[in-house]
Design a protein around this ligand. Structure first.
Ligand code: B12
Length: 244
């Protein structure tokens, strides 16, 4: 299949980018040239605005001829059942017979707490209450700009069953570096059997990168607390019980 713009299969797409050049006709030509090299042909600058000295932001609209093969797309399918809050509490109570301890934080210099708060705080997101609402979950939300040693220390003190880390800023791949640093620190600090489940989330993660980042699960855009709670039960109780 091809992208849809004005009519089915016409291949029309819209992209935006910034070039380090002052806004003039030449700059617009450069934007078209870049779009052409990206396979967009014909390409039309539909918006251009100077962004301070020597920078211009562009929106370019045009046609691509590439075909997309849906069968070749690889995604991480949800491999666990979605449970209600009541069921999550019931499974934890029956099978674990203690509260499940969860420690969450934004690590590194990242101060974008809205995402992790949406998952952890009672107020939640998208009509779902956050993990604090679950009677059988004990939630410690450490907030923004937490260092990895602080996180490891708190996880140890709280006997965390799961550590939930949020990374929103992706400049210079900060989210990947910070996640690798975090998972390495947990591997170093705690033996395999006592290591908490490591979960990261944020809008720009590739959910297939778990092994590369040394974490158990990655959650992306639009995640809801119910999905996370269901995964915790699956990974820490249901699945663990099933494996000898
Ligand atoms: C609000 C906001 C801020 C606020 C943050 C306030 C706060 N307390 O969080 C303030 C004003 C402080 C801010 C500052 C900055 N910001 Co800002 N910010 C945003 C903005 C507008 C919205 C982010 C947001 O709240 N989304 C809503 C939440 C609910 O969505 P979410 O984070 O994706 O979370 C969901 C999922 O991803 C997932 N999830 C997220 N984390 C986790 C964790 C776990 C464990 C799980 C399971 C799931 C999960 O579940 C959540 C719910 O569905 C975005 C742009 C945008 N529209 O997204 C820029 C944006 C993220 N910011 C950006 C930037 C650059 C900055 C600054 C560097 C700006 C500057 N030059 O100072 C600073 C950095 C500050 C810092 N040290 O981190 C860039 C990042 C670009 C990049 N490539 O990294 C963005 C994308 C804007 C942009 N287009 O340039 N920002």
């Amino acid at each position: 299949m091809r992208p849809y713009g004005d009519t089915t299969g016409d291949g029309m797409v819209q992209v935006s980018f910034t070039l380090p050049v002052t806004h003039d006709k030449r700059a617009e030509g450069a934007a078209v040239q870049l779009a052409n090299r990206m396979g967009i042909d014909p390409a039309m600058v539909v918006h251009a605005k100077g962004m301070g000295d020597g920078f211009t932001f562009f929106v370019v609209y045009g046609r691509v001829n590439h075909l997309v093969d849906l069968n070749a797309v690889q995604v991480v399918e949800r491999d666990f059942a979605l449970l209600s809050a009541k069921d999550v509490n019931a499974v934890i109570k029956q099978r674990l017979r203690r509260k499940l301890s969860v420690v969450g934080a934004c690590i590194g210099t990242d101060a974008h707490t809205v995402g992790i708060d949406a998952i952890l705080n009672v107020k939640g997101i998208a009509g779902e209450k956050g993990l604090e609402y679950y009677r059988e979950l004990k939630v410690t939300n450490m907030g923004a700009q937490v260092s990895v040693p602080e996180l490891v220390e708190t996880a140890r003190a709280e006997k965390a069953d799961a550590v939930l880390v949020s990374q929103v800023v992706t400049q210079r791949d900060a989210h990947l570096h910070n996640t690798r640093e975090m998972s390495a620190a947990f591997r170093e600090a705690l033996p395999a059997g006592r290591r908490p489940l490591l979960i990261v989330g944020g809008p720009r993660f590739d959910e297939t990168m778990t092994d590369e980042l040394g974490v158990d699960r990655i959650f992306g855009r639009g995640t809801t607390p119910g999905e996370v709670a269901s995964y915790l039960v699956h990974a820490l109780i249901t699945q663990r019980k099933a494996t000898p």
